[in-house]
Design a binder for this molecule. Structure first.
Ligand SMILES: *Cc1c(COP(=O)(O)O)cnc(C)c1O
Length: 497
């Protein structure tokens, strides 16, 4: 059945409508807003008849609702190339019942974080999009990373013909293993640069570059165009909707829930991409009760859900969950667009206020519509305690990001007594954060470094060392560039010369 085309528009009112291929290539709308689908279709009822073993079929059924300008065979081809033996398990996203909750392990891809779920697919979607639009320029993927997107994007785009990828990460602001994963990246088209600033600095400057028409014209003269691998790109979000349905199917298959029964989903949150994908799943009809939005000490979002005021005017704190060390959660803009009844003028004002004053307040009608969300946060000590508790009680290791979600979930249960079955989104493998994890369970590991602890973690858990980090310490460092804030354009120009 041929469906009508779905169009994408800017959250900030730019009148231009585009199909998904163009939205994916552009990454961000011309007016600085984010592309959003005009409508979110309900998922086909057939989805609920699928077996939990069929990730690819499910991915096809969900994504075709959004990527209406991709032919069936094109979309299937992209999916087959993404979810293959690069993942260390055939079922792609295992669900693990421990401690009375369901940990959805999204870290079985090549770089050990959930970013692989979308970034294994995005290069293929992007390549097809370029063909559809008859582009002959080289696509330059500009990426700001808080630690995990960088490596996953590098892995996805390395040696992809017709592309270059440039990653900016917060210099000395990521875990040792995250850093080493990026700095040892192979591929002649890959560039990794340490920015002397934090993730917000990197993301702000990258967004400014996308909006800088003079700079874009300059690089277009050299036959390049920019695109984004960050979750501001709608091509990142759409593949992430799939695994929420997948978790649900799994629970149905195991007899844990009945069809139509609601579940809670707890998501360790930074840029608000992953949890927004869960909200999209809910809008597609997935039975969801609460979305638990979990933050670490950088709890702008927890405050926002409580008060309706988004206020980034505070110091960014470096934590043991670095991929969530973010004060400006870009994808919240897409949620605001939805809950304001698509009032683009208002979104523009809120985003201006954030840029100029560092804060904004939403009105009471919008606030009312946030009641599907619970904003919780866990300071470092609490998440360490959770890692220890889960390990001692069930011999199951979770990473510091997942621990934040588990801690927020526990607070939610304490406050509400809610008995709804809950999925905890496990966003990274504990092997990516060996030091923080091992020291949380036993202080005698303090004297070892991250790399030494890889093997010790493997011994302790009887889980083989994931291939993505095996021998990582011995691999040659290929990227050594460091830059100051405000210097990104210069570095990019140099690379593209
Ligand atoms: C990126 C990341 C997050 C945050 O996800 P968002 O989509 O940015 O909210 C959480 N945990 C890990 C391990 C991550 O890499």
């Amino acid at each position: 059945m041929q469906k009508n085309n779905l169009y994408y528009k800017s959250t900030r009112g730019d009148k231009k409508k585009v199909l998904s291929a163009e939205a994916i290539i552009k990454g961000i709308a011309d007016d600085g807003g984010l592309f959003v689908p005009e409508t979110i279709h309900r998922a086909d009822n057939d989805v609920y008849k699928l077996k939990s073993t069929d990730y690819k079929e499910l991915a096809f059924l969900i994504m075709r609702e959004f990527l209406t300008d991709y032919r069936q065979d094109e979309l299937k081809d992209c999916i087959n190339k993404a979810y293959n033996n690069k993942f260390d398990t055939e079922i792609i996203a295992p669900l693990n019942k421990k401690m009375g909750v369901y940990f959805l392990e999204l870290y079985h891809g090549p770089t050990l974080a959930f970013k692989d779920m979308a970034l294994s697919l995005l290069p293929h979607l992007l390549k097809k999009a370029a063909q559809k639009l008859n582009l002959n320029q080289e696509i330059v993927i500009l990426t700001a990373t808080s630690g995990d997107t960088g490596k996953a994007a590098l892995q996805g785009f390395a040696n992809v013909e017709g592309t270059k990828i440039i990653v900016f990460f917060p210099y000395q602001g990521v875990s040792k293993i995250q850093e080493r994963q990026m700095l040892t990246q192979e591929g002649a088209n890959t560039y990794v640069i340490g920015l002397k600033g934090n993730f917000d600095d990197a993301q702000r400057e990258v967004k400014e570059i996308f909006e800088d028409s003079a700079f874009n014209e300059k690089i277009e003269e050299k036959n390049h165009i920019f695109s984004s691998a960050n979750s501001i790109n709608i091509g990142r979000l759409i593949p992430q909707i799939v695994y929420y349905f997948y978790a649900y199917l799994n629970m149905l298959g195991e007899g844990e829930i009945k069809i139509g029964e609601k579940i809670n989903i707890a998501v360790p949150t930074g840029n608000f991409g992953d949890i927004l994908a869960a909200y999209y799943a809910k809008e597609m009809g997935l039975p969801v009760n609460k979305l638990i939005c979990a933050s670490n000490e950088n709890k702008v979002l927890a405050d926002f859900f409580e008060t309706g005021v988004y206020d980034k005017r505070r110091e960014l704190i470096m934590t043991i969950s670095p991929s969530m060390d973010i004060l400006v959660s870009s994808n919240l803009e897409r949620l605001l667009w939805l809950i304001s009844e698509k009032d683009t003028q208002q979104i523009k004002e809120l985003m201006n206020s954030l840029k100029e004053k560092g804060c904004y307040r939403i009105d009471s009608e919008m606030k009312e519509k946030l009641k599907n969300f619970y904003g919780g946060f866990a300071p470092q000590e609490e998440s360490r305690q959770c890692i220890k508790e889960v390990f001692e009680k069930s011999k199951y290791l979770i990473d510091p990001h997942t621990a934040v979600a588990y801690a927020a979930y526990k607070k939610y249960i304490k406050e509400t007594g809610d008995k709804t079955k809950t999925v905890i989104v496990s966003t990274a493998s504990p092997f990516k954060f060996t030091k923080s994890v091992m020291v949380s369970i036993d202080s005698r590991y303090t004297k070892f470094n991250d790399f030494e602890l890889i093997e010790k973690m493997s011994d302790l858990t009887q889980i083989p060392i994931p291939s993505g980090i095996r021998d990582i310490e011995k691999k040659p460092i290929r990227h050594k560039i460091v830059c100051e804030k405000g210097e990104m354009r210069t570095k990019i120009t140099k690379i593209l010369e």
